[in-house]
Design a protein. Structure first.
Length: 252
């Protein structure tokens, strides 16, 4: 097995006194789509947000254990969070484009990093929009306010905005939950294309989606990672009865 891009060891997380993640041990493979499934409140989104330290924005939280990304510990006060989030990007449940043009949305991260060269920005915008299969649709509409795009286009644009700053990891938290079935299918096809270049970790309530797109799957329950492994095995022959009960609809 190749060296994992993410590895957690005895990872615990608290919201105040509430123990949200309990001794999570996880290894995420490179250039794969890894899905986290489980009932609401099981800790899957909390775990996802740990990978780029988004939980740090919440007062009263405590983290212990180890999280290695590319072999480097990301927990602790010495970590440069701006640099971490440059390498580990996140797309949220509802699209959150900025109230700027399509072009400026994609170029935003590069401008923040000090890039001012017009040709570099134009090339990055073109490449990023092409990566999410938006360039042909929007090449003559780059000055259009991004808020005028469809929800699916907005979600693709948010992914393009991440890709422009060349991350290693893409975190996706329920990114299809606000989309209709046809738009969901298109985003899933995009995920499969993007995994050729990126490692993707998704949180989803849609077990059919996890089965369709992910290579590896983790089932979480009450803050514990109950089972993790090959998606086909998790869905057809899980080792833990609780996993089988959830997947077959006995609870959740």
């Amino acid at each position: 097995m190749d060296k994992p891009i993410i590895e957690t060891s005895k990872l615990n997380f608290y919201y105040g006194s509430f123990h949200a993640l309990i001794d999570v041990n996880l290894k995420v493979g490179r250039n794969k789509i890894t899905s986290l499934i489980g009932p609401s409140g099981c800790g899957k989104s909390t775990l996802l947000r740990i990978f780029n330290r988004m939980n740090d924005l919440i007062d009263g939280t405590t983290t212990s254990g180890s999280v290695l990304i590319e072999g480097r510990e990301i927990l602790g006060p010495q970590v440069d969070l701006v640099d971490l989030r440059k390498h580990v990007g996140m797309v949220f449940q509802r699209p959150n484009p900025f109230p700027l043009s399509v072009f400026e949305n994609v170029a935003f991260g590069l401008r923040i990093r000090g890039e001012r060269r017009k040709n570099v920005l134009e090339e990055a915008v073109c490449k990023s929009l092409s990566s999410v299969l938006l360039f042909d649709d929007l090449k003559d509409k780059l000055s259009l306010n991004a808020l005028q795009l469809t929800l699916e286009q907005q979600q693709r644009l948010c992914i393009a905005r991440l890709i422009a700053v060349t991350p290693d990891l893409l975190l996706m938290d329920e990114i299809c939950s606000a989309l209709d079935p046809m738009a969901t299918m298109k985003i899933e096809s995009l995920m499969l294309e993007l995994k050729k270049q990126y490692t993707i970790v998704i949180v989803t309530h849609n077990m059919q989606q996890a089965a369709r797109v992910s290579d590896e799957c983790g089932f979480m329950l009450l803050g514990e990672l109950i089972e993790f492994g090959d998606t086909k095995k998790i869905f057809t022959a899980p080792d833990d009865q609780r996993t089988d009960d959830y997947i077959t609809g006995r609870f959740g």
